[in-house]
Design a protein around this ligand. Structure first.
Ligand code: XLS
Ligand code: NI
Ligand code: NI
Length: 440
């Protein structure tokens, strides 16, 4: 039985198409900077929002109409849902998907039962992967929904919560390996605090690092060679999450000797909550050699929480792709739509509208970014802006030849620093718009 009987495979029809269920920009075989769009973007659909979100909010109940889902926690329903999910992803033409253990399979009444339920669903995930060629971008364990994690998982004051979470990660790593997943993500949903009066922050951070080391060691033991990723987010559900932004994560990874094993999975709405732009987070991770993957979405600047909306803003997607290209792309990550349709967009077809719009926005962002790069439109300006560092005193400072005394003699002789040149921000913003206008 088809879950989406009225939808055909989404096709590329070019920029002049007025068909809302066609791509105007995402042409998977089109080559940009030597790679196809499909290889650049590695689009991925998330299981949790797209197949598990019911439309509840703190003030209202379910709104989503999902005819393939009987709403029960049975294994059979979970297995049928997998078939509906793969029909959706295949018709959309996304090559990847991502899941939490608890979104694909319901939790049982004990660890053993939960593991066995997960195995029964993984069997169908494997069948559907084989049937369609769709691959797993990443797996992750849900270490935040169950009440046992109310104080955190690896950072809980309750050592048993840590132990249970470790078992969940162990199992989820095994399953991710079995399904050929290319990454494994840690998003520290409750790894933080609500109040420092009851919190031993140092001890919690030490425990979180221990947890990550256990995962890295176990991955080696079972032969999982996928990339480990941490996903920064500053708050929600906790007041403060330890993985608050790219810089905080990288500091944590360095301090606990985990830099070699981890990269970052950056999410746009999380960047916004941290008071940064996504471009900032991407550049920070990029220049630290830690750019892994992205959770593509967008927030609402009027609202202070993770609204997880689909990205449609070309300015944003161009900034993202400009920075991703700058650092050589997202291998082995991808553009993962950690985004959900609004609770008012309750029909199954809205899932297609949302993803088609997001994929197109990113594809156009890629083309615009590539056009800017082809002309060196920003790079040349930036190179000239910093040219005082290429020779003379600048080069001496960069190479470590200068010291305080040599700098003093230099400036005593020169008397005053050379004059500055304009940053030309407004000119560059206008130039950026010109590329947004002209891309076809
Ligand atoms: C929540 C996070 C979550 C992670 C996966 O805000 O974005 O969905 O991506 O655990
Ligand atoms: Ni996310
Ligand atoms: Ni999020």
């Amino acid at each position: 039985m088809s879950a989406f009987p009225d939808v055909e495979k989404i096709r590329y029809e070019g920029p002049d198409s007025t068909n809302p269920l066609a791509f105007r920009w995402y042409n998977e075989d089109e080559v940009v900077e030597g790679k196809t769009m499909k290889e650049h973007m590695r689009f991925s659909v998330v299981y949790w929002h797209t197949f598990r979100a019911t439309g509840t909010d703190p003030f209202g109940s379910e709104t989503m109409v999902r005819p393939w889902d009987d709403g029960s926690n049975s294994v059979e329903n979970a297995q049928n849902r997998v078939r509906a999910a793969f029909e959706f992803i295949e018709k959309l033409g996304a090559p990847y998907y991502a899941f939490h253990d608890r979104d694909v399979a319901p939790e049982g009444s004990s660890l053993a039962e939960s593991n066995s339920i997960l195995d029964q669903v993984v069997k169908v995930l494997q069948e559907e992967q084989d049937r369609t060629g769709i691959k797993l971008l990443w797996g992750t364990a849900n270490l935040f929904s169950n009440p046992r994690y109310m104080h955190g998982a690896s950072t809980s004051c309750n050592a048993d919560a840590f132990a249970f979470a470790a078992c969940q990660v162990k199992k989820c790593l095994e399953v991710t390996l079995e399904l050929g997943g290319v990454n494994y993500v840690f998003w520290g949903g409750r790894e933080g605090y609500q109040n420092l009066l009851n919190t031993d922050m140092k001890r919690e951070l030490d425990h979180m690092a221990r947890f990550m080391h256990l995962a890295v060691d176990y991955a080696k033991e079972i032969g999982f060679t996928g990339q480990f990723l941490i996903e920064p987010k500053p708050k929600e559900p906790t007041k403060h999450q330890y993985d608050s932004d790219a810089a905080a994560c990288i500091n944590f990874l360095r301090a606990y000797d985990l830099m070699d094993s981890f990269k970052l999975n950056l999410e746009t709405n999380h960047a916004t909550l941290a008071g940064h732009t996504m471009m900032h987070e991407l550049d920070y991770a990029g220049h630290q050699g830690a750019l892994g993957s992205i959770d593509a979405n967008t927030g609402d600047l009027m609202l202070g929480w993770d609204t997880d909306q689909f990205p449609t803003n070309y300015y944003l997607t161009t900034e993202c792709m400009l920075t991703i290209l700058k650092y050589g792309g997202l291998m082995p990550g991808g553009v993962n739509f950690d985004a959900k349709v609004r609770r008012e967009s309750f029909e199954p077809i809205d899932l297609f509208h949302a993803h088609v719009g997001g994929m197109d926005a990113f594809a156009r962002g890629l083309k615009t970014a590539a056009a800017i790069r082809a002309d060196n439109a920003l790079d040349d300006f930036v190179a000239t802006r910093y040219e005082s560092w290429d020779t003379g005193i600048g080069a001496e400072i960069e190479s470590g030849q200068a010291d305080m005394k040599s700098l003093e003699s230099y400036m005593l002789e020169k008397k005053e620093a050379s004059s500055n040149s304009s940053g030309r921000q407004e000119m560059l913003e206008h130039l950026f718009n010109r590329y947004l206008d002209s891309v076809r």
